[in-house]
Design a protein around this ligand. Structure first.
Ligand code: 7TS
Length: 406
């Protein structure tokens, strides 16, 4: 599918903001939604809204089929062996917390190590800090090289036979760094550790094969990949999920409830307490169909071209610092000398351009970069080179304005 045609499927993009055509460059925070996803949600609520796994009535059966059908789409999307390994969660944050609460607390002890990197999102830092506090384990960081990548040498040095968990992002939401997760998994496994992959910024943009990566757990969010908010995925190897205790207890997740003891349903439902995220899962299923129709390879190639074009254009601007390596995913994080990124984002907004400014939920990385905040432009399948031209022109204007005024 031609990307110009793909863009037309996103109704929100054809509006004006502050009198200018909207240029949406904040997809790393959340992506926009295409018509097939909006229509799938609309159809569910109009035609077969019902709770799942309970009644035998027709709408209930339709909703259950759609909900479980979405699970199979996710399974195929990441090439998991079984739908029992696919747990619907509220998002990446909930998925990572499930592993840190259930797996880590039961399996870690004093003297054990949890290894993460300096480029993690807070969602892949704080659950491990908490797990370390609870179990007496130590949290260790794989250092970054000057360009914002990690070297396998440093991975080898940081992971030891005491390491029980290695949790790493596949793509940095700030630097755009793409981490060698498969190699990291090999090193972790050689030392007897399990590997948790934060795929929040990779699953929307590149083909993921959990069997090829050989990761033990993997987490991602629907809302960053054209799906609705409030739905995400925890993938886990069946053997590990089977030995884990649920985190939430209540309806839907039980097999038998006695007065003082209860037993759980089999996987994956033992981790899905309460009425599940039915519309969210159906919307995510539609998003996966859509992304696969466009082709993950095409999306990755398109974004690579945009990122390289943006780097080329922005590196011609004096007084602009770009963070992260040259070979990167589809986002560019930067600062203009002497201008606070919030001011940059405010001026860009007046031009109809949406970028993110702040610490991007990565304060340890901000510390490493020696900044308090940055601006970030992030791209997705609907962005164009013209969007980047608009960004560059608006940034030149911003710079001239602040050079002139201050
Ligand atoms: N991990 C990474 C790498 C992320 O980029 C994000 C969200 C999360 C985890 C958390 O995902 P959630 O869906 O559970 O919130 N990242 C961003 C961002 O970069 N700007 O806004 C949200």
């Amino acid at each position: 599918m031609d990307m110009k045609e793909v863009r037309k499927l996103f109704p929100i993009l054809s509006q004006e903001v502050n009198g200018k055509p909207l240029v949406y460059l904040d997809s790393a925070a959340t992506s926009q939604k295409p018509l097939p996803v909006i229509e799938a949600l609309d159809k569910y609520y109009r035609e077969y809204n019902s709770n799942v796994h309970r009644g035998v009535h027709t709408l209930g059966t339709k909703a259950t089929d759609a909900y479980e059908g979405a699970r199979e789409k996710v399974r195929k999307f990441i090439n998991a062996k079984s739908t029992q390994e696919i747990i619907f969660t509220r998002g990446t944050t909930t998925a990572l917390n499930t592993v840190a609460t259930s797996y880590a607390r039961a399996n870690l002890h004093e003297g054990d190590e949890i290894v993460i990197t300096y480029m993690e999102h807070h969602s892949n830092i704080i659950p491990w800090q908490q797990a370390a506090k609870y179990t007496g384990a130590t949290l260790k960081y794989i250092p970054l090289q000057e360009d914002g990548t990690i070297s396998l040498e440093d991975v080898e040095k940081t992971i030891t036979p005491n390491t029980k968990i290695v949790a790493v992002t596949q793509v940095s939401n700030v630097l755009g760094t793409i981490n060698p997760v498969k190699d990291i998994a090999k090193i972790a496994h050689r030392n007897g550790a399990v590997v948790v992959v934060d795929a929040a910024q990779s699953a929307p943009h590149m083909k993921i094969d959990v069997q090829d990566l050989d990761c033990d757990f993997l987490a991602f969010s629907g809302h960053k990949m054209c799906g609705p908010t409030g739905i995400g995925i925890l993938y886990g190897k069946k053997a590990l999920l089977e030995q884990m205790e649920p985190v939430e207890f209540g309806g839907e997740m039980i097999d038998f409830v006695g007065l003082y003891e209860s037993t759980w349903k089999e996987l994956p439902w033992k981790f899905e307490g309460g009425t599940p995220i039915i519309a969210g899962a159906i919307g995510l299923g539609a998003a996966i169909d859509f992304l696969e129709q466009v082709g993950l390879e095409n999306i990755a190639a398109h974004e690579h071209e945009l990122a390289q074009y943006a780097l080329e254009q922005l590196s011609t601007m004096e007084g602009l610092t770009i963070y992260g390596p040259k070979e990167r995913a589809g986002l560019v994080t930067f600062n203009i000398d002497g201008v606070h990124p919030h001011d940059v984002a405010t001026v860009l907004d007046a031009e109809g351009i949406a970028v993110r400014a702040g610490h991007h939920c990565a304060q340890p990385l901000m510390k490493w970069l020696n900044v308090s905040a940055t601006a970030r432009a992030s791209f997705y399948l609907y962005n164009t080179k013209e969007d980047i031209d608009q960004l560059v022109a608006a940034l030149r204007k911003t710079k001239e304005y602040f050079d002139h005024v201050f």
